[in-house]
Write a protein that binds this ligand. Sequence first.
Ligand code: LUZ
Ligand code: MOS
Length: 765
Amino acid sequence: MKNIDSYTHVRGESIYLDDIPLLEGSLFAAVYDSPVAHGKIISIDISAAAQMTGVAGIFTAKDIPGENQIGGIVPDEELLAGEHVHFCGMPIVLVVATSEEIARAAAKKIKVNIEPLAVITDPREAWAKGELIIPPRTFQLGDTANAFTSCEFIFDGRADTNGQEHLYIETQGAYSLPLENGGIRIYSSTQGPTAVQRTAARVLGLSMNKLEVDTTRLGGGFGGKEDQATTWGVLCALATYHLKKPVKFSLHRMEDMRMTGKRHPYSSDFKIGLDKDLKILAYEVTFFQNAGAAADLSPAVMERTLFHCTNSYFVPNVKATAYSCRTHLPPNTAFRGFGGPQGMFVIEAAIAKAAEELNIPASRIQERNLLHSGDEFPYGQIAESEANECWKETDRLYQIDTLRKEIESFNSKNRLLKKGMALMPICFGISFTKTLMNQARSLVHVYTDGTVGISTGAVEMGQGVNTKILQVAAEIFSISPDKIKINPTNTWRIANTSPSAASATADLNGKATEIACREILKRLQAVAKEECIPVAYIGKTEIPPLEVKDEWIFINGKKTDWSWAKLVMAAYTKRVSLSELAHYTPPNIHYDQKKEKGHPFAYHVYGTAIISVTVDCLRGIYETDSVKVVHDFGKSMNTLIDMGQCEGGIVQGIGWMTMEEIVYDKEGKLRSNALSTYKVPDIYSVPKEILVQPLNTAKDNLAIFRSKAVGEPPLMYGIGAYFALRNAVHSFNPLAKIPFDTPMTPEKILMALYSNVNTPVALAD
Ligand code: LUZ
Ligand code: MOS
């Protein structure tokens, strides 16, 4: 089934925040944000701005009626800076005016005197100074110290991954309006309507039931709007609270890039030990997460890094420690993969280092150590699948050895073009790592004409969750999809929602919808049993099998003259409820943070990719030739959508690993602050070929209709691009010294190509 939004998307008719018709008298917001990464606010002068015609209100921290606090996990983040600023881009003053232009012009006239303080941008420096967001955490399995003594080979090193700009096509934004009795409605481009509601209530000193948050859809989120849409929603609400007027704030791209957090950069140290058969016996890793200036979601992201620190390998002795380090950058936040990719990169780097030192393909070490069912993850959960399955199928379909030989042959014939390939197996745990967040509700109404309206906590952000939820209802009721409508996500219809995140949205909200639909169907079947039994059976105790199928009632497999709509009307006439609010929580998940052991994930998603690249060794530029994948979909309920998620994730992952380079200077100012200086994959840089072969793992799992979560896992295939490039560079210059430091930009490749040799020209000859 096609994405139900495709028709309005291509016609430009889909409603995003900017498409909401504005009420008369609507005002527009802008902020004055800190030009300094760390400092003490000495004075704020708003006089010139206040005098501008059209300025309706100017607000600072002093105008916050409730708590000046937006921190979700740790209360360490002010909405508007009070006494100190902690990052460049931190909002200090909110300006509201009759037009966007006036609001922004007025913001420029504000003068804030800030006494600069020392700036930290590096997580290791923050760590050395004891600047931690939360105490460190350590995951441990077996005994690494002991295991290293019996290793044949031991390698250590350092690995760095950079951040990543979310670059949702729709920037952050919100529109709030006053309701009667002091209530406020916020239209928010958010993945987490409840987070906006809860935070607005806290900041305004209102009860949650006075705040309504409504979200039709997002033009992309990628994690960037899991927590950080809140700021803009709450700023609008603050202005509406004071002015009793509708207020809109839709960020310009450069404001968005400057003021919002990104994927967490990590710097890590690893040590890996193998026996003579290449079995990994021990792995130690220390992660330094660059959290930015406030906690935001960093503690949870850090936790997922630990959960995925061994990727899809079984390592019997593991010790992984993570530090969330406070720096003076915008608070970093959720980004597709949520710390998992960062953790996985480091073990891949460790394996690559071992392979390079031993002069063997990394894939030999990778394959030798893949997880098997029954193996224990460092956090105590037992693997239920074989990571091997996808790998073997990848080999069978795409012939790893043949590909390798083709590349070797190409490289031996070409002097200035070198190819490289890498395998990238993945294993990603599905569920919010915070167990309590794994809950969802769905409200299903069947109207008297037989059509259906559904509301859940799921936020559509292009991932197709609404289509999947619609499919669930269509399947359970056995009615045509065009009889079903999915409503905007709204906190008055569905309360206390978890954000749409963790790849779990379709599972959680889809299952809740399934339960609601089955409940209504049960009632309808009861009505059918009373109302449409053929005369021949009246008075008999044996009632023939009855089925609601394709919008008709079948008895004994024979179609009756009772349609779905007629049955619905009959139920209504009999005063039977045609609505249901269902609640779903996945069973059997738990986690004990004291022991760092448990069963946090409902299930895991597996897959293996082969990525091959070609490097131009004169210029340092490269192309991704192909990405060939076998991916564990469970049993995909929507192949078009799931393939789209795979392709998008792969390209986004490659972008993170290769070309997307976030640069902050030593003063904490974002230098890559526009699309002219921050390069994301475009149509010309996507892989020439992406093949995704579904592996149907028919096994029972906790996914909706056994269709495994697909949002985040494919991003991690992109990690293979880094190692493929590395291999290509090494085939040009076997002595090349390449730090494990992403992104592998053309500049870095060029440096690597000619590194560690006396006469670069000799290589080119
Ligand atoms: N968000 C979150 C996530 O709050 N918890 C998670 O475990 C998670 N995982 C992936 C992406 N977003
Ligand atoms: Mo996310 S990183 O699933 O918001």
